[in-house]
Design a protein. Structure first.
Length: 302
């Protein structure tokens, strides 16, 4: 299945058993599960392609069992690093706590680093095995109506034209700001962390040290995580009064990286972005023929 061939519908009025909104890892995984069960699925994504930059960086053993259940474990393993330890450091670099994922009672390493866009691509390419699964890119959900027999979705395509998709069930995998959840007026209670963090991903990791390091520096705590394929992630706490625009300036980015890299001027920056950590849970995961999954249903701080 290619991006282009998957993005053109056969008609402006489509029917399916299950409509999934959101082609992130959860939407893609559910599409694979239903695809191998013979269920007709239409996966709708508002972007023109899969997201290609790093986001989540950790998989547990249960996640790998899920990949195994849809026949894609061997495909995703090259994009993971097993037995990913977590080490807590003093400001001077002394390790005072070492968390080792030593057990594998479920058949897989308990902690694994991974590159999410590559795992997403494995899931997307896995859909090519199923003639009963369609993927529609560049389709934004505008709204939906459900009845006793199904759910009618209204989509907007790249040209701004409306399309109709009739499904027996709808699964909202459309993120923490889920339109599906908000349309159902389902609560999303929880907490928002008082501190933000700027996440910096670089290629050609100059440190080449394994695992994850959390430096408990009272001046500015930070995280340094080794990822597969030579990617390194840093996370620095954003201090009061600082903004993403200011921190992203080259001179300020250099100051941040100078405390963790020997040569901060010689890096290949993939992406930097400020994140706010939330912990929230939807009041219910199902309402009639509409279900919530992934970040639409629950978000966690890390």
């Amino acid at each position: 299945m290619t991006m282009s061939s998957a993005s053109t519908p056969s008609s402006l009025n489509l029917t399916t058993d299950v409509a999934i909104v959101g082609a992130g890892p959860v939407g893609l995984m559910i599409a694979n599960y239903l695809g191998q069960c013979g269920v007709n699925v239409t996966l709708v994504e508002k972007l023109a392609s899969l997201i290609d930059y790093p986001r989540a960086i950790g998989l547990d053993d249960e996640s790998l069992r899920t990949f195994q259940a849809v026949g894609l474990a061997e495909n995703v393993l090259p994009h993971t690093t097993p037995w990913h330890a977590m080490r807590f450091l003093t400001p001077k670099g002394r390790c005072f706590a070492d968390i080792q994922p030593k057990t594998d009672e479920f058949g897989w390493s308990r902690r694994n680093a991974f590159i999410q866009p590559l795992a997403d691509r494995v899931l997307f390419e896995g859909l090519a095995r199923f003639a009963n699964v369609k993927v529609l890119f560049s389709r934004e959900l505008e709204g939906f109506e459900q009845s006793e027999s199904g759910v009618a979705l209204t989509l907007k395509n790249l040209e701004g034209r409306s399309e109709r998709l009739q499904a027996k069930y709808l699964i909202g995998c459309d993120g923490g700001n889920s339109l599906v959840r908000r349309s159902l007026d389902i609560s999303f209670e929880g907490k928002t962390a008082p501190n933000q963090w700027i996440v910096v991903d670089i290629a050609n990791d100059p440190l080449a040290t394994p695992h994850v390091y959390l430096c408990c520096d009272p001046v500015r705590p930070y995280v340094s995580a080794a990822l597969p394929h030579g990617v390194r992630r840093f996370e620095f706490m954003v201090m009061p009064g600082e903004t993403e625009a200011e921190l992203s300036k080259p001179e300020n980015m250099r100051k941040l990286l100078a405390k963790v890299l020997p040569n901060p001027d010689n890096i290949e920056l993939i992406r930097s972005r400020v994140y706010t950590h939330n912990a929230r849970l939807a009041g219910q995961f199902r309402q009639g023929r509409v279900l919530l999954a992934g970040d639409a249903a629950h978000i966690m701080p890390v």
